[in-house]
Ligand binder design. Structure first.
Ligand SMILES: C[S@@+](CC[C@H](N)C(=O)[O-])C[C@H]1O[C@@H](n2cnc3c(N)ncnc32)[C@H](O)[C@@H]1O
Length: 263
């Protein structure tokens, strides 16, 4: 069974994970599961009602126009829901591998995955390490990712056989306990947008810059444009290499900022 096939189980959400005593494949969850199901539900319902209105031509022009609007809204909503399904099943794995391929791994790096969730980037990085270590931090918000618990992440770590190279910590990116210059590589996907306050997102970037070692690299991906993160990194003295979209790599809205800390 492939990784993406096993991930189909995720679409059923948390319950399936809890009742499965013998999980045999890693499960990296669905991002914003409530949002995904709402898009799918609204999409199917609006298209169904819209088609119904269009089929009753005795109801006149208003019903016809309402039908067209409902079908359009439904199609947009369904498309957005399906984009999230495709990302959960395939896109996140392709994009993770692409993101990790941008690092020239030596094997001895100290890596931080900010908002690791079920360990997608932390485990991916750990597989590229020999003597190094990948640390994943999170606050385990289950609205952001289905089955988002320490237990489920540790299960993935065990199944992926990287236990000796990882550490999981409950930490908020806005105020991390790590010393300055602790990490050679800092990674993050779909985390920072969850911090609603703009100043707090900026403060998080400054925290990330603080714990990055001189000569180290940070790669932050998000579904919103990453220019504000880039600005905060520049203000923190980092050198921003790029801040651009990667839609076709992720099959989903995706931006990434890459920056390095001057030696
Ligand atoms: C959409 S999930 C993405 C998880 C993982 N990076 C992935 O790509 O599969 C966002 C994650 O960020 C975490 N998160 C949200 N706000 C955070 C914060 N202030 N500090 C640390 N983690 C946070 C959530 O708990 C969640 O696990």
């Amino acid at each position: 069974m492939s990784e993406s096939h096993s991930n189909k189980q995720n679409l059923k959400g948390n319950q399936t994970q809890k009742s499965s005593h013998h999980q045999v494949k890693p499960n990296y969850g669905v991002d914003a599961p409530g949002v995904m199901w709402n898009f799918l539900r609204v999409g199917v319902s609006a298209i169904a009602v819209g088609l119904l209105s269009l089929s009753f031509n005795t109801l006149g022009i208003i019903a016809f126009c309402a039908g067209l609007v409902l079908c359009t809204v439904g199609l947009v909503s369904l498309t957005l829901g399906l984009v999230m399904v495709v990302y959960a099943l395939r896109g996140k794995f392709i994009y993770r591998d692409y993101m990790l391929s941008l690092i020239d791994w030596q094997g001895d790096e100290m890596v931080l995955d900010v908002g690791t969730g079920r360990g997608l980037l932390m485990i991916g990085a750990a597989k590229r390490l020999t003597t190094g270590k990948a640390i994943g931090i999170d606050i385990w918000n289950d609205e952001d990712l289905s089955g988002n618990t320490v237990e489920n992440t540790l299960k993935n770590v065990e199944l992926e056989d990287v236990k000796d190279r990882i550490e999981l910590m409950t930490e908020d990116v806005r105020q991390m306990s790590f010393a300055d210059d602790s990490f050679d590589v800092i990674l993050s996907t779909y985390c920072l947008h969850n911090i609603e306050n703009e100043q707090e997102r900026e403060a998080s970037c400054l925290e990330i810059a603080r714990v990055l070692e001189p000569g180290g690299t940070v790669l932050i991906s998000d579904y919103i444009p990453t220019h504000d993160y880039a600005k905060a990194f520049t203000a923190a003295g980092l050198s921003v290499k790029s801040s651009k979209p990667y839609l076709l790599k992720a099959f989903a809205p995706m931006w990434m900022v890459v920056a390095t800390k001057k030696c």
